[in-house]
Design a binder for this molecule. Structure first.
Ligand SMILES: *[C@@H]1O[C@H](CO)[C@@H](O)[C@H](O)[C@H]1NC(C)=O
Ligand SMILES: *[C@@H]1O[C@H](CO)[C@@H](O)[C@H](O)[C@H]1NC(C)=O
Ligand SMILES: *[C@@H]1O[C@H](CO)[C@@H](O)[C@H](O)[C@H]1NC(C)=O
Ligand SMILES: *[C@@H]1O[C@H](CO)[C@@H](O)[C@H](O)[C@H]1NC(C)=O
Ligand SMILES: *[C@@H]1O[C@H](CO)[C@@H](O)[C@H](O)[C@H]1NC(C)=O
Ligand SMILES: *[C@@H]1O[C@H](CO)[C@@H](O)[C@H](O)[C@H]1NC(C)=O
Length: 462
């Protein structure tokens, strides 16, 4: 149905690093960013807690504690491609809501750069509300919220959104006109998205409640061209039209194997780039250079808003919600009632598990960077949290979040959940040298990728 997912396994990065490229990258300039947190592959879990309380946004969802999520393989690693899987159940009908995951980072982000290479996201199926977002530690909205990748129902493009309190109106510098930029700053502030709302205050009088300031990506207008799967090919053989707008959300995003979301938080701006696959292959993960990322989708600037003050001590959240205060609220107005023929979002989500087979994130490289670091790439950063070996039990430092869902009303703080880790691995690689399709190992119905180990030894997944 969809073309293949094809990503470089982490071993490739390891090989690259062992050639001594670490220092070269920094000598070459880059953006001066160095790795503070490595959240890729098996290192993902030591940076996240599983939240298993009731959904703060009243969704029709049951967030599983860590052990159960791992047991049901709604949280897992793919060992062959070195990626992270976070998904929702697609087997069972449960009137209490769909089983799913919500993971919350256990360390604070301030100024710096976050990059997550997300090859697959939950599809834009009616009823779903997936998000990759950042939430401040102070009471919402004072602590700030940055929604990097989020949407509901059958939307087909992403919007990057900020939520804060009053007096934070952002500039509309879509034109890149220097006169439109604050304080005589003549740098080109342009971004490719469309500023839909400009007041980041969730209570702004002339905007809908909790809307915040939001920049919508342009509609995707291309699909990648893939070479013949039976031929020998490399990533260079996969082409995309120059200048096109990549799909940024839903099924078309996945068809195009997604891409990397890079978000830079500075005192004067918050910027999000989307680097579509296969351009992701060119990212220097050790020392990323933002000047190579092209035009950002979204760039928030403002004369009156100190972004560093308003968006501080942010924690990363990935969650897959259903219905609730956004997807559910727009069930009828957004057209899903008519489209599905089911009058209630909760009914649809409960009764049609198979519709949610594609409701999962697959995350490849993911790092948090800060400037002027010392290249402490494998060391946990010291900033206000504990992180430890894979099998650790989190006892302190768990996020006490004023939980909100992106764009929604907070309804009360959840209890944080943590439990011991049990890494699940997929060991589904065939022996190199013999192209073969592999059946899905059981029981892991959510993870239905097929793998083709090519004669060249490279593994392809889709
Ligand atoms: C990050 O962690 C992954 C998974 O353990 C590892 O494969 C990769 O080499 C690490 N990256 C760096 C730059 O050390
Ligand atoms: C920002 O500018 C663009 C281009 O002129 C316009 O289409 C859009 O409506 C503006 N957004 C706001 C919130 O004013
Ligand atoms: C891309 O492929 C998807 C899936 O086949 C299709 O629905 C969509 O219309 C295609 N988009 C373009 C721009 O061709
Ligand atoms: C892949 O690209 C290389 C270099 O451009 C070319 O020689 C080769 O024929 C291509 N292979 C396929 C299967 O298209
Ligand atoms: C990494 O950081 C620690 C503590 O901040 C420091 O002692 C150590 O020298 C650093 N390592 C490197 C390779 O810079
Ligand atoms: C693919 O490449 C491998 C290694 O270079 C080679 O042995 C094999 O014959 C090639 N297969 C095809 C179909 O070209």
């Amino acid at each position: 149905m969809h073309p293949h997912i094809l990503r470089r396994p982490h071993t490739a990065l390891a090989a690259f690093l062992s050639l001594g490229s670490v220092t070269v990258a920094q000598e070459n300039g880059g953006s001066g960013y160095s790795i503070q947190r490595n959240m890729s592959y098996d290192k993902f879990w030591e940076h996240f807690n599983f939240y298993s309380g009731p959904d703060p946004t009243e969704g029709h969802v049951q967030y599983l504690p860590k052990e159960k999520a791992f047991d049901l393989q709604l949280a897992a690693n793919y060992d062959d491609t070195g990626s992270v899987y976070l998904g929702a159940d697609s087997m069972n009908s449960d009137p209490k809501g769909r089983e799913s995951v919500r993971v919350e980072g256990n360390f604070n982000l301030n100024q710096g750069l976050l990059i997550a290479d997300i090859a697959h996201m939950p599809t834009n199926e009616c009823g779903s509300w997936p998000a990759f977002w950042l939430l401040g530690q102070e009471e919402w909205p004072k602590g700030g919220e940055i929604d990097i990748l989020e949407g509901v129902n059958d939307l087909d493009r992403n919007a990057v959104t900020l939520h804060t309190s009053e007096k934070c109106i952002v500039d509309n510098s879509t034109s890149g006109d220097p006169n439109a930029s604050p304080n005589g700053n003549t740098q080109d502030l342009s971004f490719s998205g469309h500023l839909a709302t400009k007041d980041c205050d969730v209570n702004a009088a002339d905007q809908g409640k909790n809307v915040g300031c939001s920049i919508k990506a342009l509609p995707g207008n291309y699909n990648l061209t893939f070479p013949d799967l039976n031929s020998n090919f490399t990533v260079e053989n996969i082409t995309r039209p120059p200048g096109g707008n990549p799909p940024t959300y839903g099924a078309n995003y996945n068809y195009n194997v997604g891409g990397a979301w890079a978000t830079e938080i500075l005192s004067k701006s918050i910027t999000t780039w989307f680097i579509p696959f296969p351009d992701t292959e060119k990212i220097n993960w050790e020392s990323p250079d933002i000047s190579t990322f092209g035009k950002p989708i979204a760039k928030f600037t403002s004369t009156e808003c100190d972004f560093e003050q308003r968006f501080k001590d942010m924690r990363i959240i990935f969650n897959i919600a259903f219905c609730g205060q956004w997807a559910g609220k727009e069930w009828e107005s957004g057209g899903c009632a008519a489209k599905t023929g089911v009058g209630s979002c909760n009914d649809y989500v409960s009764k049609y598990p198979e519709k949610f087979r594609e409701s999962y994130f697959e995350i490849y490289d993911m790092y948090w960077y800060e400037k002027g670091g010392n290249g402490n790439s494998t060391m946990p950063a010291p900033s206000g949290s504990q992180s430890s070996a894979l099998s650790s039990t989190q006892t302190t430092g768990a996020p006490q979040m004023e939980a909100t869902q992106p764009g929604a009303v907070p309804t009360g703080p959840p209890a944080s959940e943590s439990s011991s880790s049990s890494s699940v691995s997929s060991s589904s690689s065939a022996a190199p040298g013999s192209p073969s399709f592999e059946p899905q190992p059981q029981p892991q119905p959510q993870r239905r990728r097929r793998s083709l180990v090519h004669s060249s030894g490279r593994t392809y997944k889709w």
